[in-house]
Design a protein around this ligand. Structure first.
Ligand SMILES: Cc1ncc(C[n+]2csc(CCOP(=O)(O)OP(=O)(O)O)c2C)c(N)n1
Ligand code: SF4
Length: 247
């Protein structure tokens, strides 16, 4: 029988610790596929965050280092400048990137560092039990705003991708909802494009992924996908926010 689907070589034969239906599962697989298909493996260096993706190096057979507390883009800057031929990817949750790492992210993007970020937005701090994140939407309940986010008290959600897309050092920002095979392919295409732009030295690139967290949302994996499409995608509309090469 012809095999049409197999484990990418760069995905180690380890069992994911992510919850069933979590977007991190899919994203790790797709990153491995893109690295493998584009032959980036030998020069790829990934920086893993705090949060549920902290153990990325267990799964991906590429060089992975760890930058706690939102400092991924600062570490990425050092690596890329020291090894200009490397392909540098930071992988960060919305708590890691938009909260404690907002400063590093903004300044790396402002400097136009030639690195790429996969920004996994699941509207909460997943690993630590579903607390409110900068991305938590108005009226969305979390463990630290059980009556829903109230802008009077909790402030407004932060759309960091939108802010970053206004900076001249940023060459490409796209937002994708990880809800269907077609949308998974959109993420894959976006990641390939971001790596291409990085290789061409065009500046900082970021792909935001609207990604399911069924455990903290207290929804089934299938209902989580519906919720992304019906609720989350209204607050964070998918699409290209900036593509300087195409302008
Ligand atoms: C300075 C600091 N404060 C708090 C924490 C605890 N902490 C670890 S992971 C995490 C949340 C990460 O959430 P997110 O980045 O959204 O990733 P997810 O787990 O949802 O993938 C927090 C608050 C920490 N490690 N360091
Ligand atoms: S807590 Fe949420 S983000 Fe973390 S692994 Fe589980 S579903 Fe994924």
């Amino acid at each position: 029988m012809k095999k049409v689907f197999e484990r990418p070589r760069l995905l180690k034969p380890a069992t994911f610790h992510f919850c069933p239906g979590c977007g991190h599962n899919i994203l790790h697989r797709v990153i491995a596929e893109v690295m493998e298909e584009s032959d980036f493996r030998d020069r790829a260096i990934m920086i893993a965050p705090v949060g549920c993706a902290v153990l990325s190096y267990f799964y991906l057979d590429i060089d992975v280092t760890e930058a706690p507390h939102g400092r991924c883009t600062a570490v990425a800057t050092g690596i890329k400048r020291a090894i200009p031929n490397s392909l540098v990817l930071t992988y960060q949750g919305d708590g890691d990137l938009a909260s404690i790492g907002a400063g590093e992210t903004l300044h790396a993007a402002g400097r136009g560092e030639k690195v790429t970020t996969v920004y996994v937005n699941n509207t909460n701090y997943g690993m630590t039990g579903g607390q409110m994140a900068p991305t938590t939407m108005i009226n969305q309940p979390t463990t630290t705003c059980s009556a829903g986010r109230n802008p009077e008290k909790d402030g407004y959600p932060l759309d960091l991708s939108k802010i970053l897309s206004t900076l001249p050092g940023v060459c490409y920002v796209e937002r994708v909802a990880l809800t269907s095979p077609a949308n998974v392919m959109k993420f894959k295409k976006a990641l390939r494009k971001a790596f291409q732009y990085q290789t061409e030295g065009l500046g900082y690139s970021l792909i935001e992924v609207l990604s399911a967290c069924p455990t903290n949302w207290k929804l089934s994996p299938v209902d989580s996908l519906k919720w992304i499409e019906e609720v989350m995608a209204k607050a964070y509309p998918p699409g290209v926010l900036v593509d300087r090469k195409a302008e």
